[in-house]
Design a protein around this ligand. Sequence first.
Ligand SMILES: [Zn+2]
Length: 311
Amino acid sequence: MYEHAQTRRQLLKTAIAGAAGLALGSPARRAAAQAPPAAAGVQRLTDDLFIITIPGEANVLAQTTRDGVVLVDGASAAGSDALMKAVAALPGAGPVNVLFNTHWHPEQTGSNERLGTAGKTIIAQENTRLWLTTDVTWPWNGQKFKRLPKVAQPNKTFYEKETLASGIRYGYIPDAAHTDGDLYVHFPQQNVLAVGDAVCGQGWPVVDWATGGWIGGIVGGLQRLQTLADDKTRIVPARGPVLTLADLKSQFEMYGAIYDRLVTMLNKGRSPGEAVDAKPTKEFDARIGVNPDEFVRRSFESLWAYLSPDA
Ligand SMILES: [Zn+2]
């Protein structure tokens, strides 16, 4: 059932990536829509930091160190072999010793079992660990996610923020942008900030309100993450290209405007369907390039949990 759910989600993700790629004219994304090739792309950010992109998979950030490789996210289970191959081919690569899960979704946690079995460190915010210990069903489409076996669950969790001996800083994004367990990983020496799906670099974001994400959290997270960045910071989202502080600012304004419109409609007693029909994203649609309806519906529903008086 897990494989089945994952396959469906993978197909959906590939279809979305393909649609976005066509709109943006990106050859790599066009290829992803046709077939699931295994060839990984590598973008070098610094001597020791690399973004690994496997078609159809979320971005992975890899740091090569004398003590092995640190990964921020680990691809899906289906992409894990290709990811490990790409990691092994990085200049200066050694064994993967630390894996961050930016949140619980299968696109991020597909190498957990492999690395957990090998005794490696898997770091996540405590809420992410909790989601991975329980089965989850998305109410809006019935999709089911099975809990991970114990060995695949994060084995080093935290609540607020921590620093590794190597200087890597990581912390919780308590606004609950994408889920209620989102974390960032900050490489201060390299001025690189990995943000997972708390910031969306391509298309409209998934608002997973079943596990705590909400549109207000997207806005709050964008504001909070700006405090960790300067004009030169390279911000690596789970989907899409590297972003800048200016991108966070413009996204903050866009999602802030959408949030205000949705709250106004909620307060007027509108339904999710009416919210979609009102086209609260219309002046941004050309810029994002994909249909906003699912995003608007999920965002509106997410307000119920946080703002409804009887929630
Ligand atoms: Zn996600």
